[in-house]
Design a protein around this ligand. Structure first.
Ligand SMILES: *[C@@H]1O[C@H](CO)[C@@H](O)[C@H](O)[C@H]1NC(C)=O
Ligand SMILES: *[C@@H]1O[C@H](CO)[C@@H](O)[C@H](O)[C@H]1NC(C)=O
Ligand SMILES: *[C@@H]1O[C@H](CO)[C@@H](O)[C@H](O)[C@H]1NC(C)=O
Ligand SMILES: *[C@@H]1O[C@H](CO)[C@@H](O)[C@H](O)[C@H]1NC(C)=O
Ligand SMILES: [Cu+2]
Length: 167
């Protein structure tokens, strides 16, 4: 194989790789974070329908890492504490992971998996003011599939070019 042939093959595969890298970079920055208004217009309150209201609301939303939970409440009437699953289950207000007392407040979902929030005002959690959500990791599953498809296409293309030029 002569050196100019080799050069063509190398250039072609480098261009393809550059394209894949650029596409991948844009893909990850494309997904804008969503703001979820907790319990929509009702806000962060003790719902007359209890904890079921928050379960229904959570089930009708899709949470991603980087999304914002907007807890709409009046300062002094409620607060928001992020707690462990154990504390959520028992409405244990001792030593929460973090607590926000000034409303309304935005809380950014900083990691994938389950997150638990309660109000620490007397009886509010046991009356059902408690939210459990599950966040997906920030990279959508479709992204990985698309990149590997492009890589596969690039590999096949490079191989075809090589075979053609070697003949
Ligand atoms: C990625 O974004 C950059 C800058 O915004 C743009 O110049 C480039 O064309 C984009 N690439 C793709 C594959 O969309
Ligand atoms: C937050 O609650 C206040 C008072 O109830 C209401 O006026 C406002 O529209 C709510 N904001 C959102 C984003 O729902
Ligand atoms: C509540 O949580 C605290 C701190 O994690 C723990 O020491 C305490 O035993 C818990 N109380 C109950 C009733 O589970
Ligand atoms: C919460 O985030 C939303 C959207 O990002 C923004 O419009 C709003 O002003 C924020 N509110 C507070 C209290 O930080
Ligand atoms: Cu409350």
């Amino acid at each position: 194989m002569c050196s100019s042939t080799l050069f063509v093959i190398l250039t072609a595969s480098l261009l393809l790789q550059q394209h894949i890298i650029t596409a991948a970079t844009n893909e990850t920055t494309d997904s804008d974070p969503d703001t979820h208004v907790v319990l929509d217009n009702l806000g962060w309150i003790v719902s007359p329908s209890g904890a079921a209201a928050y379960r229904t609301w959570a089930a009708s939303n899709e949470f991603d890492v980087g999304d914002i939970l907007y807890f709409n409440f009046t300062t002094g009437r409620h607060d928001v504490a992020e707690v462990t699953k154990e504390a959520y289950d028992k409405c244990n207000t001792t030593n929460p992971i973090s607590i926000k007392s000034t409303g309304p407040v935005n809380i950014t979902i900083d990691s994938a998996g389950e997150h638990y929030f309660i109000c620490t005002f007397t009886q509010h959690c046991s009356l059902g003011q408690k939210l459990a959500i599950t966040a997906r990791s920030e990279v959508p599953t479709g992204f990985v599939t698309r990149v590997s498809t492009s890589s596969l296409a690039a590999a096949i293309f490079s191989a075809l070019v090589a075979i053609y030029l070697l003949h």
